[in-house]
Design a binder for this molecule. Structure first.
Ligand SMILES: [Zn+2]
Length: 125
């Protein structure tokens, strides 16, 4: 999963397609992945939880928060991804989008601004 994140940062489209499970690839995958990789700047990745995904496992689940910048806006992708292993190779199967993570009011904001959440994205408008 981290290697896919790095690949997004480096815009390594071939790697992203190779590690996407063959049954899940769509004809427009390359276009979509390229658009995503080129359209945003990744700011950071936090792994929230993992389940299985060890060499002896067939499947793995990773919950993560990836923060990216699109234009002038920081945004977060909170996703639970499913992976499966076939002949020693891990593939991304699919992901379930989760609601955005909201830190406590006084905790640092998720966007890496360094400000407390309440003074940043947690500000009441
Ligand atoms: Zn913020």
């Amino acid at each position: 999963m981290r290697s896919r994140y790095s690949a997004y940062c480096l815009k390594n489209i071939d790697y992203l397609i190779q590690t996407h499970h063959p049954t899940q690839r769509k004809s427009n995958s390359r276009k979509q992945i390229t658009a995503t990789a080129n359209g945003v700047t990744w700011l950071g990745l936090t792994v929230v939880a993992t389940r299985a995904g060890q060499p002896e496992d067939q499947t793995g689940v990773v919950e993560f928060v990836a923060v990216y910048q699109e234009g002038y806006q920081a945004a977060q992708l909170h996703e639970r991804s499913r992976f499966c292993q076939e002949q020693g190779q891990w593939f991304y199967l699919d992901g379930e989008m989760l609601p955005p993570v909201r830190p406590n009011r006084n905790q640092p904001c998720w966007c890496y601004s360094g400000k407390p959440f309440k003074q940043c994205h947690g500000k009441k408008r």
